[in-house]
Design a protein around this ligand. Structure first.
Ligand SMILES: *Cc1c(COP(=O)(O)O)cnc(C)c1O
Length: 225
């Protein structure tokens, strides 16, 4: 099947209100151009340099999401245009995004990345760490970010029950935060689900799935971080 057909097939299978982010990392500009022509407007990238290069080369009505780990010294490159940063995993990073948001005279939407998988290598906050950030005094003064929700990656395992359990826990945590009343916190988006597990994620309440290989085909080299 073509990229367009893959996209449409997945999109049609998602519940209402669950958005589809086409993860275009490692794929060249021409491939995204083709996808753009067929109407796909929201793309996810996991590396700042690649994201910035693609932003510069492609039409400006594309919504770019950063889904990979973000270093503080690289925030400035994406602050002018990024639509959503899925991978905020510290208060220090949040403050840096706020600073760059101010410089660019905009409010930058972000998600807190929560560690839900068994694997040690994946980035993310524990539930307690996330709650600490959301309740911190300092958050109040950050006027150029808005926390729109949470992101999580399940363990990469064929054990569907394990994956479902991890998504369920994240959804319960997400729901428990909806009562937070901070100006710059609005718990609306739950980014969970990739090519291998998006069906489970959608069933467990995901509002955003991030899908690469099931749309674009296998990547030539691993960029999993
Ligand atoms: C690469 C990546 C995806 C998409 O992975 P696929 O398995 O190709 O769908 C989703 N989320 C993050 C954070 C990624 O790095």
């Amino acid at each position: 099947m073509s990229i367009t057909q893959n996209y449409k097939h997945i999109k049609d299978s998602l519940p209402d209100g669950c958005k589809l982010i086409a993860v275009s990392k490692t794929h060249p500009i021409e491939v995204i151009q083709e996808a753009y022509q067929s109407g796909i407007r929201v793309y996810g990238e996991n590396k700042v340099q690649e994201l910035t290069a693609k932003y510069e080369a492609l039409p400006k009505d594309i919504e770019w999401h950063l889904i990979g780990h973000l270093q503080r010294n690289k925030v400035k490159f994406i602050a002018p245009f990024v639509s959503l940063i899925h991978s905020v995993d510290s208060l220090a990073l949040l403050k840096e995004i706020d600073k760059e948001g101010a410089k660019n005279n905009r409010v930058i939407p972000v998600l807190l990345q929560i560690h839900i998988a068994e694997e040690e290598t994946k980035f993310g906050l524990s539930f307690d760490e996330a709650r600490d950030i959301l309740n911190s005094e300092e958050l109040n003064s950050l006027n150029h970010i808005i926390i729109k929700g949470l992101m999580g990656m399940a363990t990469n395992t064929p054990d569907e029950a394990e994956v479902r359990l991890e998504f369920k826990k994240l959804k319960a945590f997400f729901d428990s935060l909806k009562s937070i009343s901070q100006e710059n916190v609005r718990m609306e988006e739950l980014s969970m689900g990739m090519s291998g597990d998006y069906k489970i994620a959608a069933e467990e309440g995901s509002t955003m799935v991030r899908i690469g290989s099931a749309i674009f085909g296998q990547r030539n080299y691993a960029t999993h971080e």
